[in-house]
Design a protein around this ligand. Structure first.
Ligand code: AMP
Length: 299
């Protein structure tokens, strides 16, 4: 183990972060990086746990990135609480929080953009035009700022993860992407910072999403077609809750193309809107060697 601090340090500028990493003997330490938008929950802390096990230093970024939000989306109402986050991060053993301002991250705009490939046109990319352009933009900036050995991403955002893996591979970005399984509430709802924006009635209804995805796995195992599975999941959710369907799709993972005979892993992914709150969830199912279910608990 290399030099470590015992207490969390919170920095707001790129310059401060670089100086701190140098002072912490960055060159002979491995750095694990956990990018987040804050309002931490146990899903984020699971990423930290894995990062701590595998690296000397853990850097977490907390930044609600405006370039990945479209007009009319919840950029303004996205929950923020750096004091609360700092306590949770410190308990979890994060060494540095990098919490930049929007101006620190985007002091000028030279107009250069990253054009994501076809994986970005499906699912959330279809509902949120430009979303993944903004995600890849901020992730590349953060990778360049932190220069992490390993970077931790949750399977909760499976499309984001698939795109980032492609991005890192295609552009030789020198960090290893580590996939972390979805952390759920006891009733199955995937943990999300946005869950606090659900009304109590919606919170009671929201576990229907995971129940529907699990039914989807059963139907796929019974060789029901992907299209019919999508239809049945949507029907189950709308008939048992006030959730409105943004999308329900069964696709090949991680290509996000259609399921074919060559498919090794299928994803059932959905986005469901409860009044103002849009929730996403998914389950991955392995089809290698026959329909051998590997749901998120086992990934
Ligand atoms: P966010 O702050 O929502 O942008 O999420 C930051 C990171 O935490 C992303 O890699 C997410 O996929 C991951 N994450 C969020 N929720 C969960 C969860 N319930 N389980 C596992 N990872 C999660």
């Amino acid at each position: 183990m290399n030099v470590k601090t015992n207490t969390l340090q919170v920095v707001h500028t790129i310059e401060q972060l670089r100086r701190l990493l140098d002072a912490m003997n960055r060159s002979s330490s491995t750095v694990g990086f956990v990018p987040t938008m804050g309002y931490l929950h146990e899903g984020h802390l699971e990423l930290v746990k894995q990062a701590k096990m595998q690296n000397d230093l853990v850097v977490m970024s907390i930044f609600v990135n405006p370039t990945q939000f479209g007009p009319g989306e919840d950029f303004e109402s996205y929950p923020r609480d750096l004091n609360r986050d700092s306590k949770l991060a410190e308990e979890a053993g994060v060494d540095i929080i990098f919490a930049p301002s929007v101006v620190e991250m985007y002091p000028n705009d030279g107009g250069i953009r990253i054009l994501p490939g076809p994986q970005a046109n499906k699912l959330c990319g279809a509902s949120r035009p430009g979303h993944f352009d903004g995600v890849l933009q901020v992730v590349l900036k953060l990778f360049n700022i932190v220069a992490p050995d390993r970077s931790y991403f949750g399977m909760k955002d499976a499309q984001q993860l698939a795109l980032i893996e492609t991005f890192v591979r295609d552009f030789n970005i020198p960090t290893t992407i580590v996939r972390v399984p979805i952390v759920r509430e006891n009733d199955g709802l995937a943990k999300s910072s946005r869950n606090v924006n659900l009304t109590s009635k919606e919170r009671q209804e929201a576990p229907v999403i995971y129940q529907a995805l699990q039914k989807g796995i059963d139907w796929l195992l019974e060789s029901v077609s992907p299209e019919e599975v999508e239809r049945r999941i949507a029907e189950f959710i709308t008939s048992t809750s006030s959730g409105a369907i943004d999308y329900v799709q069964v696709l090949d993972y991680p290509s996000l193309g259609p399921v074919t005979e060559e498919t090794n892993e299928m994803i059932i992914a959905c986005a469901i809107k409860f009044s103002t709150t849009r929730l996403i969830d998914n389950i991955i199912m392995s089809t290698k060697g026959g329909y051998n279910v590997s749901n998120d608990d086992e990934q």
